[in-house]
Design a protein around this ligand. Structure first.
Ligand code: ACO
Length: 194
């Protein structure tokens, strides 16, 4: 039995399980994991698992991973969950995903794509990639690449986003990473046209 201790001091919850990580069917997930492109799952590093964000991922270090990217203060679990539910109440809009260490059941990577509906381009849609972060100890294992591939796949898929392009903002130092993910610098944004 593995006990996973929450990273947050404000949390009073811990997890026990006989397996090393919690399988999808034991979790309340933001959206169906079947929507994530199978090829991305197949090419994932064997030590990790990629899935939609779960309503209990606060306890798996979600904010800790996001703090690699920017200031991510801990609002406490109930406020975190309220935000999760508020986002989920806009269906077919937010697609937050995480990468989990199979050994520890902790989050080691995260990212989101938001599907924006437009009046132009024949009532087209645009996918906005946001909040990409990989735990410092796990960087360089192509986890960032897999997150971007999964989010772009969700954005472009006709059944999900159907977006004609996927865009994001990043610092100059991350431009080479996004170019390796198939994006190009477009004015002041990075974009990949489907
Ligand atoms: N400069 C040049 N190349 C890079 C960089 C970089 N900063 N980062 C990754 N790469 C390359 C890798 O070498 C690899 O190249 P290869 O295919 O030739 O081997 C390729 O890009 C894929 O790299 P990954 O291993 O998938 O990258 P990683 O898992 O380390 O994730 C990330 C990259 C997400 C930028 C990570 O370093 C990170 O979390 N940084 C801190 C937070 C951050 O800046 N997030 C992005 C903010 S922008 C946004 O959210 C839209």
């Amino acid at each position: 039995t593995t006990t996973i201790t929450p990273v947050s001091s404000s949390s009073s919850m811990s997890f026990s399980s006989s397996s090393s990580f919690t399988p999808n069917n034991k979790l309340d997930l933001f959206f169906s994991p079947d929507l994530i492109p199978a090829q991305v799952i197949a090419e994932l590093h064997p030590s990790v698992h990629l899935r939609p964000l779960s309503s209990t991922d606060y306890h798996r270090g979600h904010l800790s991973v996001l703090s690699v990217l920017t200031h991510a203060p801990d609002p406490g679990y109930s406020a975190w969950l309220k935000q999760y539910e508020a986002m989920r109440s806009s269906p077919n809009t937010y697609y937050p995903i995480v990468i989990i260490s199979k050994e520890t059941d902790r989050i080691v990577g995260a990212g989101t794509v938001i599907v924006e509906r437009k009046f132009l381009r024949g009532l087209g849609r645009v996918g906005h990639i946001e909040d990409i972060a990989v735990d410092k100890r796990e960087q360089g294992k192509k986890l960032g690449l897999r997150i971007i591939q999964a989010l772009t796949g969700l954005s472009e898929s006709r059944d999900i986003g159907g977006c004609y392009k996927t865009i994001l903002d990043c610092s100059d130092e991350n431009i080479p990473f996004y170019e390796k993910c198939g994006f190009e610098k477009k004015e002041n944004e990075m974009a990949k046209y489907a």
